[in-house]
Design a protein around this ligand. Structure first.
Ligand SMILES: Nc1ncnc2c1ncn2[C@@H]1O[C@H](COP(=O)(O)OP(=O)(O)OP(=O)(O)O)[C@@H](O)[C@H]1O
Length: 981
């Protein structure tokens, strides 16, 4: 009954609802128990470190689905957490040690039993304890503090968090102890630096978002503590009541869906349980023990961009982060023992002031995610929590109050309130009890003094305010400018973000391109290597080709040398030919001159002969005329003349025969000489033609060699070109198309180079060949022209020769004709002479017949054969007969048609038969008269006088009898006489 009364009265405890029961309370100080004093002193002296637990949640289903890598490993036994970090491709492990570590597989119960349960016990011992969860959004703070699901059908769920478990434990202990207690709970929310009472009645909460509604103020109690004015305190008697309150309060909490948590708490929440427990001292005195448990669920620290917070949510996140930042700064200051701890910078730190560096026992549960995507925040949380470990609190157990004192306090309070109510009800004015009035007056006085001081302070503060106002204004302006700038900067930032995004995209693309390029480059390097190898091979091939080309050049040089030798040979041959031709020319000219000379001589001879003959003929004519005259003048003379004429004619005939023989011999000689010359010329011509043929053969061979060499050259060059093209094609095929652009130029250059070289070689070879061919053509032309000239010359020479021969033949023919004419004429003369002789003989015979006595009386003096008296000349055929004196010869020369005929009549004196007649043709002579010339006589005379004539003995076949005086003219005559029969 008493317990329930206490419980019911719990809300009347003088501590303000949010006010932490403070061990330093003046009223309570005297009521401290001796035990508590001891333990408090111990804690006070040493200080107790804030207990830091670490909890790592398991990967969510979504994370498991996408196989999110885990970078956190928890070693619960070693109380270590290891974060695997990858910086600049280097794996760096960071290990943090905490008071307790709970891995992803840890259960709510484990955490509670190991870490929270002892704290709850301490609360029941009279300590103020705070448990708060800190960590990145979505890492399980709410899950840890409140739990996953609510109690169903009265069963306590496995995933129930710290708060329900603590509530249950408290009630379980209190019930087990059968203690008298009162318990009250408060549940507030700190959202955007505004405190909201989550347990306020509905009417109030529906205006919670109303901006005009004054928010709940956080007040200083003047003793270093803070309290929330007007915060609802719910007095609870059972655990279920608390659960309901919790449910109701939690439902009111501001949550929102973020990228990292579907139901993210956007505010800090503080759930406080204050317990007053009645205790009895051994002396039987009733004491009241007070303990308070603050269960704080902080909003998650978050990366705004990663959590996807925008606009309002971004501001939220900003505020959350701001309060957490202040919390961090407070922790830092406490750890570093800085003089100033910036509790006042945020409401969160003001509310938690006693829990951090104060007299409260504090436990921080740091929650983290094992995902690689949260590593940055996880490390920050780990750093943060690890640092917080060093915060030292000086926990003090709350002073126990005697129940009577407490009741007394409460009664006085009630009285005060009653008097106030009474005064207010009875009087129109203000009525307060005298004591109170006095007290208040004193307080007023003190207050007035204070106010005075405050006013002075206020004045100075006003001044300061004015200054600050000015400063504020200027700052405002500055802020305006800055906000403009900020806006611009934000716009710029946005643009920069866009640009950055683009740049990142580009960077990504560039990276991809770089990778591609790297791949390409590696391929390129490979192909380059292959190319280099190929280039080496090609170089070797080129060197071979170069050596081929040089050997080709050497061949061409050799060929040039051969050609030069050929040229020299041709030149030599030309010079030799020219010499030979000159010699031939000279020979021909000499032979021509010789021929001409011979012809000249012949002409001269002929002329002399003709002239001689003409002279002789003239002489003969003269003689014949004389003979005629002589004939006419006397018979005596006739005989002599006839004889003379006969002799003359015979002489003439013989000389003519001689001349004919000589002429024939000369003609023969000429013919032979000519035929020899012709033969020589022919042989020379043959040799020359042969030489030209050989030359032609050589030239054609040379052309063939040149052509062969050119074909070989061409073949080799085309092979080289083909090889090179094949190589190039292979290389090109081997290379990627992308490399082709790079290589195309080098290939083209190489190709051009080789083509140019090949072209140049070809051109030079072609020019050389064409030059050679030209030379050959020129040589052939000159040879053919020389040949043609030679042929023309030969033809001309032959024609000339033929013409000359024909002319000679003609001349010979003419000569022959002239000779024949002469002979005929001589014959005619002889015939005429014979006729004349015959007629003479006839006449003589007649004469003999008539004048036989005359003949008988004629004494032939053979010794004096030249006797002009002798009319009968001995016969040329038989001198012995003549010498015998038995024969008499009568010569008769007749002339008929210009031809002389000499008839010889031989008379045998002894038989006196008819005289034998022999006829001879004489060279032509006009008349028998001509025989009687002094030359003829002289001829005969010399004839008779010469020994040879005397010793002739029959060798002399023709003797022309003539007058002694005419013999001389026939002596040199070479015209032979021809016997007719
Ligand atoms: N240890 C755990 N075991 C199983 N599930 C967990 C655990 N911790 C967290 N979760 C789950 O993770 C999700 C997010 O947890 P919770 O809402 O508690 O995160 P939070 O830190 O409170 O986030 P916020 O700061 O945004 O409020 C919840 O669905 C919760 O069930």
């Amino acid at each position: 009954m008493e317990t329930s009364q206490l419980q019911r009265r719990g809300g009347l405890v003088s501590l303000s609802p949010s006010q932490t029961p403070r061990s330093s309370d003046k009223s309570a100080r005297d009521l401290r128990s001796g035990d508590s004093n001891l333990s408090n002193k111990h804690d006070k002296d040493k200080g107790v470190n804030v207990q830091v637990l670490l909890r790592c949640r398991p990967l969510s289903e979504d994370e498991l689905r996408v196989n999110t890598p885990v970078v956190i490993s928890c070693h619960e036994n070693r109380r270590e957490v290891c974060a695997v970090q990858n910086i600049a491709n280097k794996q760096i492990d960071r290990t943090f040690m905490f008071d307790k570590v709970f891995g992803p597989t840890s259960q709510q119960k484990d955490l509670y039993d190991q870490a929270v349960s002892p704290i709850v016990n301490e609360v029941l011992e009279g300590y103020n304890c705070t448990i708060f969860a800190y960590g990145q959004t979505g890492t399980g703070k709410t899950y840890t503090m409140e739990g996953g699901s609510r109690k169903k059908n009265g069963e306590f769920p496995n995933d129930a968090g710290v708060i329900p478990r603590a509530v249950r434990q408290i009630f379980d202990i209190l019930e087990a102890q059968n203690a008298e207690y009162s318990m009250k709970v408060t549940f507030l929310e700190l959202y955007n630096e505004e405190i909201t009472d989550l347990l306020a009645p509905e009417e109030c909460t529906k205006f919670i978002d109303d901006k005009t509604k004054k928010p709940i103020a956080l007040m200083e109690d003047g003793k270093g503590g803070v309290f929330v004015r007007g915060l609802e305190e719910e007095i609870v008697c059972t655990a279920n009541e608390i659960y309901k309150i919790l449910e109701k309060g939690s439902a009111k909490r501001r949550t929102a869906e973020t990228l990292l948590n579907k139901q993210s708490s956007r505010s800090h929440s503080i759930f406080s349980i204050t317990i007053h427990i009645k205790e009895c001292t051994p002396e039987g005195e009733e004491m009241i023990k007070c303990g308070k448990l603050n269960l704080v669920d902080l909003a998650g620290s978050e990366n705004i961009s990663r959590s996807g917070a925008r606009e309002g949510r971004a501001r939220e996140a900003g505020e959350i982060n701001k309060s957490l930042l202040t919390l961090g700064r407070v922790i830092n200051a406490l750890v570093e023992h800085s003089g100033h701890v910036p509790y006042r910078d945020s409401k969160l730190t003001r509310l938690l002031r006693d829990s951090l560096g104060g007299k409260t026992k504090t436990c921080i549960i740091a929650t983290i995610s094992p995902s690689i995507h949260c590593l940055e925040e996880t490390l920050s949380t780990l750093d943060y929590a690890h640092r917080a470990k060093n915060i030292k609190n000086k926990p003090e157990v709350n002073q126990k109050m005697m129940k009577s004192a407490l009741i007394k306090d409460l009664y006085s309070e009630i009285d005060r309130l009653k008097q106030e109510v009474y005064a207010a009800r009875e009087k129109n004015g203000i009525y307060i009890p005298r004591d109170r009035y006095l007290n208040e007056e004193a307080e007023k006085k003190a207050m007035a003094e204070k106010i005075e001081r405050m006013e002075l302070l206020s004045d100075s503060k006003d001044k300061q305010l004015m200054e600050l106002q000015e400063l504020y204004n200027s700052q405002q302006l500055l802020t305006g400018e800055l906000s403009d700038k900020l806006e611009k900067t934000e716009i710029k930032l946005e643009e920069t973000e866009h640009t950055l995004f683009d740049l990142e995209e580009r960077h990504r693309q560039a990276n991809a391109t770089i990778k591609e390029k790297e791949y390409l480059i590696s391929n390129l390097l490979k192909s380059e290597k292959v190319l280099v190898e190929r280039a080496f091979e090609l170089r070797a091939e080129l060197e071979n080709a170069a050596s081929d080309v040089s050997s080709l050049f050497a061949k061409i040089e050799r060929k040039d040398k051969i050609e030069d030798g050929n040229r020299i040979l041709i030149q030599k041959f030309q010079s030799q030919l020219t010499q030979q031709l000159e010699a031939l020319h000279k020979t021909v000219a000499a032979s021509t001159t010789q021929q001409e000379q011979q012809l000249k001589d012949m002409e001269e001879d002929m002329q002399s002969f003709v002239s001689t003959k003409a002279e002789a003929t003239e002489d003969l004519r003269g003689r014949l005329a004389k003979l005629k005259t002589m004939y006419g003048s006397g018979i005596k003379l006739f005989k002599g003349i006839a004889l003379e004429a006969d002799a003359l004619l015979n002489d003439l005939q013989s000389s003519l025969y001689n001349q004919e023989e000589k002429l024939t011999a000369y003609a023969q000689q000429q013919r032979e000489a000519h035929s020899r010359a012709v033969e020589t010329t022919r042989s020379i011509s043959k040799i020359t033609v042969n030489f030209f043929k050989t030359l032609d053969g050589h030239a054609s061979k040379l052309t063939e060699i040149v052509e062969e060499a050119q074909t070989v050259n061409d073949q080799k060059l085309s092979e080289l070109e083909k090889k090179f093209e094949e190589c190039a094609a292979n290389e090109e095929r081997q290379l990627l198309e992308k490399v082709a652009e790079l290589l195309a130029s080098s290939n083209a250059r190489k190709k051009n180079l080789v083509q140019m070289a090949v072209h140049g070689l070809r051109e030079s070879a072609a020019t050389r060949t064409s030059k050679l061919q030209q030379e050959m053509a020129t040589m052939q032309e000159s040879t053919s022209s020389v040949k043609a000239e030679w042929t023309v010359y030969m033809d001309k020479t032959e024609t000339h020769y033929l013409e000359d021969t024909a002319a000679v033949e003609n001349q010979k023919k003419d000569l022959g004709e002239v000779l024949q004419d002469c002979l005929e004429k001589a014959k005619m003369g002889t015939q005429q002479w014979r006729n004349a002789q015959e007629s003479c003989l006839v006449w003589k015979t007649e004469m003999l017949l008539q004048w036989s006595p005359l003949f008988d009386s004629l004494q032939l003096d053979h010794e004096a054969c030249g006797n002009l008296d002798s009319m009968i000349v001995p016969c040329c055929g038989d001198l012995r007969e003549l010498n015998s004196g038995h024969y008499h010869k009568i010569v008769e020369i007749t002339e008929n048609a210009g031809k002389c005929l000499l008839d010889e009549y031989v008379l045998d004196e002894q038989s006196c038969s008819t005289p034998r007649k022999r006829s001879f043709n004489l060279p032509s002579m006009a008349s028998i008269e001509e025989l009687r010339t002094p030359a003829f006589d002289e001829l005969l005379k010399s004839f008779w006088e010469s020994k040879s004539a005397k010793q002739a003995n029959g060798d002399v076949k023709h003797i022309v009898g003539a007058a002694y005086e005419g013999a001389q003219s026939f002596r040199d005559s070479r015209v032979p006489l021809t016997a007719i029969n």
